[in-house]
Design a binder for this molecule. Sequence first.
Ligand code: ADP
Ligand code: MG
Length: 462
Amino acid sequence: MKLDVNVLRYLSKDDFRVLTAVEMGMRNHEIVPAELIERIASLRHGGTYKVLKNLLKHKLLHHDSSKYDGFRLTYLGYDFLAIKTLVNRGVFSSVGRQIGVGKESDIFEVANEDGTIMAMKLHRLGRTSFRAVKSKRDYLKHRSSFSWLYLSRLAALKEFAFMKALQEHGFPVPNAVDCNRHCVIMSLVQGYPFVQVKQLQNPETVFEKIIGIVVRFAEHGLIHCDFNEFNIMIDDDENITIIDFPQMVSVSHRNAEMYFDRDVECIIKFFSKRFNLSFEANADDSDSDAESDAVKPRFSSIKKASGFLDKELYASGFSRKEQDDIEKFTEKIHGSDDEEIEDDEETEDDEDHDSSKLNASDIQNFDALCSLTKDEDDEQSGNIGEVVEDQQNSEEKHEDGSDKVEDDEQDVNPELEQRLAKQRRRAIQVARAGRKTNASRNSYKDKGGKSSHNSKIQKSNW
Ligand code: ADP
Ligand code: MG
């Protein structure tokens, strides 16, 4: 995805106000009705439609009129909201070149006012596997419509929390600077991805260092789960830095041993292929067990401090519930290659999402949320997941017969309620009439091009 940050300079306060209104609407709408956006943004002189057109032109929004006239954020739109918030917080002031393209992330250089260069990782969960996500309805049942926002935000939060905790325990990881929405800011690692290294001065020492880190992770109760030459950085002095943490699991995970062995195997395989290191245990050696343990550590022989890092992780705002959610996702996507992926054609299930509503206090809070000043932007941190969770809880409670939902509904502005009911009826009518277009089936897939514009420097100050 191309991140043309120059666009940021031309976006007005109203543009961000409307973009924020769409983000807010996406808490309960897959496609946010234009009328609702107008209502939330409540620009003077009814200027919302003009602004929507501008945002659409810059590909920050996607327009979908297959069921009703509505919009959703693109990844680029979500990027801009995160970038704007972090810039307002003073975390950085310019975006430079793209330095990495992961399967589900884009990494850019950013710089602050002092000229310190850092790395910005924008998570893009679902970019390569959204069809698979959508098919997992057991897990994403009530949230398929916002799953890419929700999951990418979770991935960023998890990565930030783990990086911070690992750093505090002396692991060689980047310094976790800040996090907003799906975006993590961290220190820039000086060095190269290990996969690019053809020769080492001390391959044995480097191997021991790397395997030592896997063991130390386990001793601290953690398994990296994607420990390979792409997620290890090395500098000219052969110092190691480990990156990429959204898929880490606890040693108490039911597949922990398998993940641990897989991490170890990856490293052994890479060293034997690239640096011709031999890992055969010597059969004559009476001490061969201990020796092969040193080369190929066994999960069962490691003294593991389960839950050691939990406190720190939760302190960073990463809850057990969020941990479970992201784990289910990464397992389904990365741990089950041979699972059949269903077509992601929408079902009646999806239409139901429009039946949930924003409540009046959301709208009253909007002015505060939208002003994007330094003090207020913590509130404005795009915690879509929390709201989704609230919504899910209230749905669950409703099914249980609790009166929580009734309480909420008393707050709803009757005029808004009426408008939404009308939109809902219209949406259901259209859906029943069977108007399913390709556009609606593919409505999640960003139209943004490939994200491999590595060489293009996009420097912008604002
Ligand atoms: P993914 O989760 O998509 O695999 P990674 O975190 O592994 O993303 O990052 C992808 C690439 O970006 C890395 O292989 C590396 O080249 C580069 N990169 C990531 N983080 C940093 C960093 N802090 N400093 C320098 N380069 C980085
Ligand atoms: Mg990676």
